[in-house]
Design a binder for this molecule. Structure first.
Ligand code: ADP
Ligand code: MG
Length: 238
């Protein structure tokens, strides 16, 4: 059984149809990229999976159970936003702790998880700083750390690297690939960048105007694009 299953998903904002009949299965521990041009519905699809959007049709299931009927604590998803969304008045340590202390975790466990995430992301020396005292790359690592401390089974990333400069982007991309190996979690990753999708993903979902144009392994899309849109977007030879 798929860990995450989406059937016939439709989403409208007012009269505007943003997602149309989306069907998708995602397996445990898979790295899946949603790829497509700006405005095609990637973030909306991710937000539907996170339970942040009301949907007008279709079903989303996690381990066979409808997502919107699960209490938030059992959804086991953690989202990392493009804009970092850190709390500006809190230290890095407090930013990392926030999601956990809200859930009433014991203090020792919170400390241990913070230190582990800080070690993984090289944030150990920055724990007492405020977000404004960090570079863009460091802020993004804190945002990723805040998801890691929650130990979710599914990570949701919305263009996490798009505010970083090219060198840092490549660096962080490789770090994410390593984290995926290490954490053994499912990762769903939104990007408009073909290179990111092709290098990170086990499976790429190409979106075009709210519909899935193709789902496949990176090389499948490259060698056998389903249509001209996919061929053009992937830059494949067809
Ligand atoms: P992407 O992430 O692929 O760039 P989005 O999912 O953000 O695309 O947006 C898909 C479409 O839905 C766009 O046309 C966008 O303008 C529209 N949209 C997104 N969020 C809202 C909203 N909250 N209200 C109205 N329209 C929205
Ligand atoms: Mg988006």
């Amino acid at each position: 059984m798929a860990q995450l299953s989406i059937q016939g998903l439709c989403k409208r904002f007012g009269p505007v149809e943003v997602l149309r009949d989306v069907n998708l299965e995602i397996a445990d521990r898979e790295f899946v990229c949603f790829l497509g041009p700006s405005g095609c519905g990637k973030s909306t699809l991710l937000r539907c999976i996170a339970g942040l959007e009301e949907v007008q049709g279709g079903e989303l299931r996690l381990d066979g159970r409808r997502i919107n009927e699960l209490p938030p604590a059992e959804r086991d998803l953690a989202m990392v936003f493009q804009s970092y969304a850190l709390y500006p008045h809190m230290s890095v340590r407090k930013n990392l702790a926030f999601g956990l202390s809200l859930r009433g975790r014991p203090k020792g466990e919170i400390e241990a998880r913070i230190l582990e995430a800080a070690r993984m992301l090289q944030l150990e020396d920055l724990l007492e700083r405020k977000p404004r005292q960090l570079s863009g790359g460091q802020r993004q690592r804190v945002a990723i750390g805040r998801a890691i401390v929650r130990q979710p089974r599914i990570f949701l990333f919305d263009e996490p690297l798009s505010n970083l400069d090219a060198a840092l982007r490549e660096n962080t991309r490789m770090e994410l690939a390593r984290l995926h190996q290490k954490l053994q979690a499912t990762m769903i990753y939104v990007t408009h960048d073909q290179v990111e999708a092709m290098t990170l993903a086990d499976k790429v979902v190409v979106l075009n105007q709210g519909r899935i144009a193709q789902v496949g392994r990176p090389l499948e899309l490259y060698h056998a694009p389903a249509d001209l849109f996919v061929a053009g977007f992937i830059g494949s030879p067809r």
